[in-house]
Design a binder for this molecule. Sequence first.
Ligand code: URA
Length: 215
Amino acid sequence: MLVYVPSHPLVKHWLAVARNKLSPPPVFRSALAELGRLLIYEATAQDNWLPVLEGQAETPCGVADVAFLDPGRPVKVVPILRAGLVLLEAAATVLPGSQTCHVGYVRDESTLEASAYLNKLPAKLDAEDRILVVDPMLATGGTMVQVLDDIIGRGASPSMIRIVTVVCTPVALKNLSEGYPGLKVYSAMIDAELNDKGYIVPGLGDAGDRAFGTL
Ligand code: URA
């Protein structure tokens, strides 16, 4: 498993906006969306991960050789609800023709264990499927491990899975470091700690509540 933390100044800028507890929900959401777009560009740039077809296009002035995303191999974006929905919107603006497979997990606040309440993954995936799992907060990585195991159990290859997150922790990265050969994680930041409620410190707070203005 490899983790990338891009050093682009725009990543730092939008992370600063998201960190600020005074940023209201629309500002917080747009900061996460910008981070999502920047990180998704990075996550999809290498390894021929986005399959393209070559062809020709007639321009108003001639004919050009062109390459375009293979419509037969749409990226499957897996947002982990709720907060992943903000990164899903970013993915939809970056990836033409992507498909969405929502998964929803809810955390038991006493045990901090997450259980699934929604699963829209297809019954079967194949080893060539490109899968982008999006969740802005990777605290312990426990939910992500459940989602990855489910995706791989349906036939996907770990080397074709990319995770886009905003803040993750060393604990989460350790939990993802074995059993997923070729998995890559793209994050704006790695924060050192978790508090006793399972929140990342300094982190962003509850990303779902902040994105949607939940009371
Ligand atoms: N989920 C969040 O929204 N925030 C955290 O800090 C950890 C998990």
